[in-house]
Design a protein around this ligand. Structure first.
Ligand code: PLP
Length: 218
């Protein structure tokens, strides 16, 4: 049952770790069920889906975490409902998220690319310090920390340790407040917690399998 899966994970989490339940591809009914179970942090990866969901629950006190690839032309729309964007991966997106008139800052996590493949999303470790400096100087955003997805076939514990090391050695000297680490999904959240994750993004281990959008069309 949903509540059993949620409770099992919650019972293992140390204090101070934010559990974000990823509800992408799931109907709003599941968000409502999770809300009834006390979940307040939700993760979504596509604006066309997240926008309507956030609007549906606008009267509730939910935090929407945007975790997917974000096109710059959708940045303003996402900022309107999201409390945080975990997938800040390039300067043009940072510029599009900037807002000198913002009443509340948008939390941003710099997504790091730990692979040798430049086609994968994220900022290369060598570019991290310069990018973080830009983020700190950008109005209307608050740099929270780093985000990473462990590579397929890689040892997640080793990758998460590298992210933590990058935070300590490269990020904190230019952004001392940016202590957060968004890492850990259904298959590797225990390793992430052991390496100091502050934000877990967990979908299927709580929600069950996602409906395949290709099959959900009428
Ligand atoms: C879908 C997604 C998750 C959740 O994945 P699960 O394996 O279902 O836990 C976490 N992070 C990102 C960036 C995602 O796209």
């Amino acid at each position: 049952m949903l509540s059993d899966r949620l409770d099992a994970i919650r019972s293992e989490l140390p204090g101070g770790v934010t559990l974000i339940v990823v509800t992408k591809f799931h109907p709003v009914g599941l968000v409502r069920e999770l809300h009834a179970l006390g979940v307040r942090d939700f993760g979504e990866s596509r604006h066309q889906e997240a926008g309507p969901k956030a609007a549906e629950f606008a009267d509730l006190d939910l935090d929407w975490h945007f975790i997917g690839q974000l096109q710059s032309n959708k940045a303003k729309a996402v900022r309107a409902y999201a409390s945080a964007v975990h997938s800040l991966d390039r300067p043009s997106l940072l510029g599009a998220l900037a807002d000198p008139d913002a009443t509340a800052p948008l939390g941003v996590f710099i997504q790091v690319n730990l692979t040798e493949d430049p086609g994968r999303g994220g900022v290369r470790p060598g570019d991290l310090a310069g990018f973080a400096e830009r983020a700190v100087a950008t109005p209307g955003v608050r740099l929270a920390g780093l985000m990473a997805v462990a590579g397929l076939g890689e040892d997640p514990a080793r990758e998460f340790a590298r992210v933590r090391e990058l935070r300590d050695r490269v990020l904190l000297p230019v952004a001392p407040e940016a202590t957060a680490l968004s890492m850990g999904m259904s298959g590797d959240w225990r390793e992430a917690v052991r390496e100091g994750a502050t934000h877990l993004r967990i979908g299927t281990a709580i929600t069950g399998n996602r409906p395949d959008p290709a099959y959900s069309r009428p």
